[in-house]
Design a binder for this molecule. Structure first.
Ligand SMILES: Nc1ncnc2c1ncn2[C@@H]1O[C@H](COP(=O)(O)OP(=O)(O)OP(=O)(O)O)[C@@H](O)[C@H]1O
Ligand SMILES: [Mg+2]
Length: 237
């Protein structure tokens, strides 16, 4: 469970320049929810994702992840939590080129101290969960379409069996049709695998694929509610 209590984040660049990216953000996300965070460019979405994802800490307020206050942990402690609980998907797929799909997905497990066979088995499970076609598992990532690359990135995010999947503009580099494939993947992960999913997007249309939308503007939550007529990704397999 995610609990943000009056979270603020001020960036300091140089000596005197301060940017208040988040003012006082509060909300609660229960296990298994599929939530979209939306808002215009510069509203603080990525900043919030970095905090929720334990990539950064707030400058004020508290952040509880599964009941533990993680807002004041050290970088090493945050890294441990990320490895145990969180999977990330970004707009740029960030895959290693000229490297097989399977290898790309195994990568986050390098530090987990597991055998090659165990890592490979986990990677295969994650690729199945992200609906990535088996015929392409040994292809190099740079030989794939954008939608397929993003599904590899989703599989990579799933490989450590995270309870929370965080995606920042995962359809941002994709055309509408390919974006639907990726949104379909998230909807399945939520419906069939019960993952908690937080999807960041500036597009209302994309956000409506979630169950609930938290709308932020100028670093504050301005609206938070269930999606009335939820969109189901239009994807013919
Ligand atoms: N590392 C940083 N240092 C200084 N200012 C930053 C930093 N990261 C973000 N900001 C500023 O914080 C504010 C919020 O940025 P953020 O990236 O969270 O917005 P966003 O909603 O994700 O925007 P976009 O839709 O364009 O990705 C902006 O004014 C931005 O310029
Ligand atoms: Mg952003």
């Amino acid at each position: 469970m995610i609990e943000c209590k009056n979270i603020g984040k001020t960036y300091k660049s140089g000596d005197d320049v301060e940017t208040q990216a988040l003012k006082s953000v509060s909300f609660l996300i229960k296990d298994g929810e599929f939530v979209a965070i939306t808002g215009p460019s510069g509203s603080g979405k990525s900043t919030l994702m970095h905090i929720i994802g334990c990539l950064d800490t707030p400058t004020s307020g508290q952040y509880f992840l599964d009941g533990k206050d993680v807002s004041k942990l050290s970088d090493d402690e945050l890294a441990d939590i990320r490895m145990q609980k969180i999977g990330f998907v970004f707009q740029a797929f960030n895959l290693l080129p000229r490297t097989a799909v399977l290898r790309n997905v195994m990568l986050p497990l390098i530090y987990a101290g597991e055998s090659e066979t165990e890592r490979e088995e986990k990677a295969k499970q994650a690729l199945r969960a992200s609906a990535f076609p088996e015929g392409f598992w040994n292809h190099h990532s740079n030989q794939l379409s954008g939608g397929m690359m993003q599904r590899v990135a989703i599989a990579r995010a799933l490989v450590n069996d995270p309870t929370l999947v965080l995606a920042d503009e995962p359809t941002g580099n994709l055309d509408t049709k390919t974006g639907e494939i990726v949104l379909d993947t998230f909807q399945r992960l939520h419906a069939e695998h019960g993952r908690t999913i937080v999807l960041i997007t500036h597009e209302q249309y994309v956000a409506e694929h979630a169950e609930r939308i938290i709308h932020i503007r100028d670093g504050d939550v301005i609206d938070d509610g269930r999606v009335k007529s939820r969109r189901i990704a239009d994807h013919a397999p």
